[in-house]
Design a protein around this ligand. Structure first.
Ligand SMILES: O=C([O-])CC(=O)C(=O)O
Ligand SMILES: [Mg+2]
Length: 569
């Protein structure tokens, strides 16, 4: 909030853009203004602004437009060959000049997404202690127990709309990175702004530090987190509960809490525990499910049939695997009116012990139980493929190189157009590469992956792999919750988001066997997703923002943050 201008409303945002009083004088001026990333414009400050805000002499005489600044920075970034250097350059820019950071990210989204997001963000988290410069979010450790509300008040912004929180236990497919998981909430929230148009000041990255079981980090002299093994049980639950209570008290009930990269055992429990009372969303369970369902709906236009005609086999029965499986079952139920217990039977999951079958029911974790169907036990993935004969194979195990040549060949021998999704991140954990999927299937696979792969040429044909990453969903989904003032997340909103995304896949994409639209269009896609999610929130009586805007797409677009500099004169 600045000058009392409410920025959650489209008209009021427009009003804010027109403010011409030198309001920065009340925020910062002179040298401090140049060090304030939210307001700094560097060499783009005009002569008038330099005079009005005590900047004369603090900058060299040249004036650059934002476009020229962008051109210069893209040129510099492209000279770095090491991805982590690009990541660090982008983080420095975010710390120096926030609007320019978002202008670069929005205008060059396909090029910069792999820099600020998967795969590079994974490496950044692994090395976070060494590359750490300035805190970019809130650290809430066991030492803050009893004081979490005070800690929230230390954050400089009051008007928070979305929190992304991790406890670092399962960062992408890289495992327990403890406190260094902070790179993930920071990266996810920069996509909330760039892709979904939420204001940066309304976004709060949080890392809950209850220790780490990663021995390498515990022995690393530069590790930034608590040097102890993870707290569990009651101690863990109490800290999380204090956090969730403090969040609602401090920011109200319409703040989104997005759980990210928690380990399975906590992820399902936290979602179930807080869904009835808080506006919570688990990106790994629900966001990933929604993006995969969208890809499947689009793929049906290439492979034919309805979802109910397909048989699905998952490698990995954790958050992503069971989350996707459940959303597919729900969608089939919706389309066919068949009960969920029936529609689940077309979906099979393999975990580290083999195919999940009813004889294992007694020893299964609760989230796997719905998938224990009648079948003789099978150990390996290849044998499961041969026995189940899936039309769709989905990797969500976090373990790389598990879709072997034999597995892909088996899929290709069963199906004319096998659908193969290698979802695990970052690239090192991908179940197979795009090139492997296309060559081993002799160019017949429809392939998408969680982390990006370059297009592949095979038999003089170019295949463009899609990126089945929840980044397509959560920014627009969150925007939809915000603009409708939603107070709870409902599964039907996830289905609405999937359908909105699938509609954006055009024939020209399908012609390249691409089942996701290009990211270059993402802000338009996010506005569409937001509108459909908001419409569903109104329909379900879960929206608190009244009256309902007539044209939700236009309204969503009008609310989106623009990275263009504002005039301070
Ligand atoms: O962050 C990503 O790229 C997707 C995701 O949620 C995960 O892999 O945990
Ligand atoms: Mg995640």
């Amino acid at each position: 909030m600045m000058n009392g201008v409410e920025k959650t409303n489209g008209e009021d945002i427009a009003m804010e853009e027109q403010l011409i009083t030198p309001w920065t004088a009340s925020v910062s001026c002179g040298y401090t203004l140049l060090r304030d990333p939210r307001h700094n414009k560097g060499l783009a400050f005009t002569v008038d602004e330099r005079d009005a805000h005590y900047l004369r002499g603090l900058l060299p005489p040249a004036l650059l437009t934002q476009e020229l600044q962008e051109k210069k920075l893209m040129h510099i970034l492209r000279q770095y060959e090491v991805p982590l250097q690009r990541y660090m350059a982008m983080m420095d820019l975010q710390e120096r000049n926030e609007r320019l950071f978002y202008k670069l990210l929005i205008d060059n989204v396909e090029e910069l997404l792999p820099v600020v997001y998967t795969p590079t963000v994974g490496e950044a988290c692994q090395k976070y202690g060494t590359i750490f410069r300035r805190p970019q979010g809130l650290y809430i450790s066991l030492k803050e127990k009893g004081k979490i509300l005070e800690v929230l008040k230390n954050w400089p912004e009051r008007d928070i709309q979305v929190i992304v929180v991790t406890d670092g236990e399962r960062i992408l497919g890289l495992g327990d990175l403890g406190c260094q998981g902070m790179g993930i909430p920071v990266g996810k929230l920069s996509l909330y702004t760039a892709l979904g148009g939420l204001r940066p000041s309304a976004c709060l990255p949080v890392t809950i530090d209850v220790g780490t079981n990663n021995g390498k980090l515990l022995n690393d002299e530069f590790y930034i987190g608590l040097r102890q093994r993870r707290a569990t049980g009651q101690e863990y639950a109490e800290l999380l509960d204090e956090f969730m209570t403090a969040v609602k008290k401090n920011y109200g009930e319409k703040v989104i809490v997005q759980f990210e990269d928690f380990a399975n055992h906590n992820a399902f429990e936290l979602l179930a525990k807080y869904s009835p009372t808080h506006l919570v969303f688990n990106d790994d369970i629900q966001g990933t499910a929604s993006v995969v369902l969208a890809g499947l709906l689009a793929a049906l236009k290439v492979v034919g049939g309805t979802l109910a005609d397909h048989t699905f086999l998952f490698l990995g029965a954790g958050e992503a695997g069971t989350g996707i499986a459940e959303l597919i079952a729900l969608e089939i139920s919706k389309q066919t009116n068949a009960p969920l217990e029936e529609t689940r039977k077309k979906i099979w999951l393999v975990d580290s012990k083999g195919l999940i079958v009813s004889s294992r029911k007694g020893s299964l974790q609760h989230f796997k139980k719905p998938w224990a169907h009648d079948h003789e036990p099978i150990k390996g993935l290849l044998d499961a493929v041969k026995a189940i004969k899936p039309t769709v194979l989905i990797g969500s195990s976090g373990v790389g190189k598990t879709f072997t040549k034999e597995v892909v060949e088996a899929m290709a021998s069963i199906n004319e157009k096998p659908l193969i999704l290698a979802l695990s991140n970052p690239t090192s954990q991908s179940e197979c590469t795009a090139e492997e999927a296309y060559t081993w299937s002799e160019g017949r696979a429809i392939f998408a992956s969680g982390s990006p792969f370059d297009p592949v040429e095979y038999n003089s044909r170019v295949f463009v792999p899609g990126q089945a990453n929840n980044a397509y969903i959560f920014p627009g989904f969150g925007l939809g919750l915000v603009i409708s003032g939603a107070i709870r997340v409902h599964d039907d909103m996830l289905l609405a988001a999937s359908e909105a995304l699938a509609e954006q896949v055009k024939q020209e994409n399908l012609d390249k066997v691409l089942i996701y639209p290009p990211f270059s269009n993402i802000r338009k896609i996010s506005a569409d997703i937001a509108a459909k999610v908001a419409a569903k929130a109104y329909e379900l009586g879960l929206a608190s923002r009244l009256p309902r805007p007539k044209d939700l797409v236009k309204y969503a677009e009008s609310c989106m943050y623009s990275p263009l500099y504002r005039s301070y004169r």
